[in-house]
Structure formats: structure tokens, C-alpha cells
Design a protein around this ligand. Structure first.
Ligand SMILES: *Cc1c(COP(=O)(O)O)cnc(C)c1O
Length: 461
């Protein structure tokens, strides 16, 4: 299996190379050259299997020769052993035709653990074999950072730098990043928004001297391996509801478009998915793009769903690449226009996007109301992001079963949950002393040269 760039102008790589590279050298994102197909019989055969067994079947065809089956089995097993629920991604019924997919039973309580725990294992294996060490730099709106730090802390093959927007993540999210003691992980509080962090990350990747000098690797959802790991729970959830006999739909709280793009890949592989619904918050650029065909960035308004406070949605580039029939030249042109503020999607590509994705969004008020309603009716405590999903899903219920992705544990966002339902969510036992642990972080202005010298200094220690 080979990987190509969405901008059509970077080396073609193996799975392992694409995973270690992160961003392609032409600024594009890696995607598989072809999408492996699952026959109905393959999907039926997944009934009754464990999450880990389904993961192996879904992931293996994308990996090619990069890892042996034994290595994959081992990596998958280690990745999910620390999850707090035996089925890893349990389904909870919210109503007659509506299910919640709880993706928050990993070590940092958000769905990011599903991908990050696995790529931590795969990075370590690949780098040990190569005798190499990398510098991982990640940008986070809150959850990617803690998941990356948790997955890579203490590993001798990687130094990790996580850029988060100062004052724009919840205290639990910040403490999860700043309290690990391992010295190979660094939490950086940036002046600006998530988009500032992500832009700085992209600038580092486009500075080839720096990129090659520090052996830069990326674990943001621009990394194909992360998207791939997330394809698995679309299969496990659909199969649990009898996908071989009926279609299902998914509603996905969306920011950087990684999670919902994993659902798109599951559908392209042959999983019988009816509708894939983008659920946005007040910063609803993706909803506007899908409905109007104009992708125009504006300023980011902070919300109670910080992990979705994004204007530059990186993985949307992968969806555009498909909508434009894999025309890298046009994608390059659109991404150039985006740097200047926005772009228009042509009619044919827009129809293709509208065929693959529906969308909706939730106001702050309706998000809070949904948290309260679901607590009153089901005793299920939703995190605000999951509530955005449930709100949009409720407007789209039909005859096919709807599965809404619950992307984080409510305890990550205690203030917003308390303001909505009058009660604080409880932190799971493993994190009960989070507020007593000492913090370690570095403040940083939006200054690329300064950032680069900090990284050089720290990795030489
Ligand atoms: C990251 C995140 C999202 C957005 O996911 P994308 O893959 O960036 O679209 C939504 N909710 C939570 C809790 C998250 O951590």
C-alpha cells in the first residue's frame, strides 16, 4: 500500500514513512493510493469479535509491508489495554433510534486516545528498528495534546512539544498536559488561538532545514495513521447494531475534520453508512462551506466546546481532494487562496461533498440545554462537544439508527457541565489527584525563530 499527497507533488511513501513524516513535503496530507474494500461477508464476520480483533481487520490492509501481523496484534493489544471499559468503545442507547458511542474511556478521557495510543506503539516500534529518534511537535485545541503526551511520555525514541492556546483550554485539559513528570514531554502555552498553534506547526514543517535537522514528526490528525485508527470504531459500532442487515448513520462533533473523515473512509471501504453528519459549534465554517460552497475564515469565537474552536480545518483538505477527483493541482490552488482568507468550491465538487456529508450546528445555549435534557431523560452526562453532536443528531433522526460520537468525558469540562445541569461531573479515579500535581509549562509568543531555538535547546539536553 502506497500513500500519495493531496497536493500531488511529494514523494510517494509507505505506511510507515507516511506515519513518521506527518505532513507531506509539498504541504499536502497523505492519503492511501487506493481504498481497501470490505465485502459484506467480511463485515458479517466481524460480529461478536473484540474491538482489538476488528481493529486488526480494518487496519491491516492499509499497512502493507510496514508492520507484520504479529507486530500489529501486539501494538493494538498494548494500545487499548489501559482503557477503562472492556468493550473500549461502548454504545449507550439514548432513544428508540439513537445511540451514543462513548469514545472517552481512554487514559486522557477523549477519543484522541484511540489513535494516539496506537501510534505511540507504532512509532516506538518503527523507530527502534531504524535506530532513530524524532522530535514530535503537535498543535492542540486541548485533547490532542494530552493524548500525545500520555502516549509518548517516557519513550526513548521521541521528544515531544505540544503547543496549546494559552487560556483557551479547560483547566483539566491543561493539567493533563502540564503534570506528567517525564522530561521528554514539553507543554508550550502559546499566545493566540488553536489556528495560531497549527499555523506555527505548519511553518516548522515547511522549513526543511529545521524539519530535517530536528527530525520533525507530526501527530496531529494530519497524520494518516491517526485517521486510520479512528476508522475502527465506525466498524465496531455499526457491526454492533447489525450493519450487515441495516445501514446506520453517524453524527460527529467536528473541528479539524479528522474524526468524520475516518467515517468517510469507513463508508468508502464498504461499511453500510447512510448519512455522515457534521456537527459544528458557533464557529461553523464547515457547515457554511457545505451549505454555501464558500469556505471563508473569520475570527474564532471561544465557546464551551474549545476542541471545535477552529477556522482552518486541516483534514477538510482530504475531503476536497476526493471531491475534486484527486486533482492535487486544484487542491494546491485552493489552499493558496485559503491562506488569503477563503475559497469557493466549484459546483461539481460541492455536489460530491453534499452527497457524502450533511451538516448542522448548535448554539451555546442549545448545547447547554442538550446537556440538561439528556441528563434529565437518560441520566447520561454529556461533555459539551458530545452535546453539540446529540443536538444536531436529534434534528436528523430518521428510520436508520443514528450513532452520535461522544468525543470526551464530561469531567474534562466541569465548568460548562455544571453551568448546564447544576452539578459537577466526577473525575474518574485515575485522575482524582490531578489538581494536586505540580505543573510544568513554557509560555511562548507567536514567534517562529524563538520557538525553533527553544526546541533545539531542549532536544540537545
Ligand atoms: C478533537 C475533538 C473534536 C474534534 O475532532 P476533529 O477530528 O478535530 O474533527 C471534538 N470533540 C472533542 C472532545 C475533541 O477532543
Amino acid at each position: 500500500m502506497k500513500y500519495i499527497s493531496t497536493r500531488g507533488n511529494a514523494p510517494v511513501l509507505s505506511f510507515e514513512e507516511a506515519m513518521l513524516a506527518g505532513l507531506a513535503r509539498d504541504g499536502g496530507l497523505y492519503v492511501p493510493e487506493t481504498i481497501p474494500q470490505m465485502a459484506t461477508a467480511d463485515i458479517t464476520a466481524m460480529e461478536g469479535l473484540s474491538y482489538e480483533e476488528i481493529a486488526l481487520r480494518v487496519i491491516k490492509p492499509f499497512v502493507g509491508q510496514s508492520f507484520s501481523e504479529a507486530e500489529l496484534i501486539d501494538s493494538i493489544s498494548l494500545a487499548y489495554a489501559g482503557f477503562g471499559h472492556s468493550s473500549r468503545a461502548p454504545l449507550v442507547q439514548l432513544g428508540p433510534n439513537h445511540h451514543l458511542l462513548e469514545l472517552f474511556h481512554g487514559p486522557t478521557l477523549a477519543f484522541k486516545d484511540f489513535a494516539m495510543q496506537l501510534i505511540g506503539q507504532l512509532f516506538q516500534r518503527a523507530l527502534k528498528r531504524r535506530g532513530e529518534k524524532v522530535t514530535i511537535v503537535g498543535a492542540t485545541s486541548g485533547d490532542t495534546g494530552s493524548a500525545a503526551i500520555e502516549a509518548f511520555k517516557g519513550l526513548d525514541t521521541a521528544n515531544v512539544f505540544i503547543l496549546f492556546p494559552k487560556g483557551r483550554v479547560s483547566e483539566v485539559q491543561r493539567r493533563q498536559m502540564t503534570t506528567p513528570k517525564e522530561t521528554n514531554v514539553n507543554a508550550i502555552a502559546m499566545e493566540g488561538t488553536f489556528d495560531t498553534c497549527q499555523a506555527m506547526l505548519k511553518d516548522m514543517f515547511n522549513d526543511f532545514e529545521f524539519r530535517d535537522g530536528v527530525r520533525l514528526a507530526g501527530v496531529n490528525s494530519i497524520n494518516w495513521a491517526r485517521v486510520l485508527a479512528q476508522v475502527v470504531y465506525y466498524f465496531s459500532a455499526a457491526v454492533a447494531l447489525g450493519a450487515s442487515r441495516q445501514k446506520v448513520s453517524f453524527t460527529v462533533p467536528t473541528g479539524n475534520f479528522g474524526d468524520i473523515f475516518a467515517g468517510y473512509i469507513a463508508k468508502r471501504m464498504g461499511l453500510p453508512i447512510d448519512r455522515l453528519i457534521i456537527a459544528a459549534n458557533h464557529n461553523n465554517i464547515l457547515h457554511r462551506a457545505i451549505t454555501t460552497g464558500r469556505y471563508d475564515t473569520s475570527t474564532v469565537t471561544p465557546t464551551i466546546t474549545p476542541s471545535m474552536d477552529i477556522q482552518v480545518s486541516s483534514n477538510f483538505e482530504r475531503a476536497l481532494f476526493e471531491a475534486y477527483d484527486r486533482d492535487g493541482e486544484t487542491v494546491t490552488k485552493l489552499m493558496c487562496e485559503l491562506k488569503k482568507g477563503g475559497f469557493g468550491i466549484d459546483k461539481k465538487a460541492l455536489l460530491s461533498l453534499q452527497n457524502d456529508f450533511d451538516s448542522g450546528w448548535a448554539t451555546e445555549e442549545s448545547t447547554r440545554m442538550t446537556i440538561k435534557q439528556i441528563y434529565d431523560s437518560n441520566s447520561e452526562v454529556l461533555c459539551p462537544h458530545s452535546a453539540v453532536g446529540v443536538k444536531v443528531a436529534n434534528e436528523n433522526l430518521g428510520h436508520t439508527p443514528m450513532i452520535t460520537l461522544a468525543t470526551a468525558h464530561p469531567a474534562k469540562f466541569p465548568d460548562a457541565v455544571k453551568a448546564s445541569m447544576g452539578k459537577l461531573p466526577k473525575l474518574p479515579i485515575g485522575l482524582a489527584d490531578l489538581f494536586d500535581r505540580p505543573e510544568r509549562l513554557t509560555d511562548m509568543p507567536d514567534d517562529l525563530p524563538l520557538m525553533k531555538s527553544l526546541i533545539w535547546e531542549r532536544i540537545k539536553l
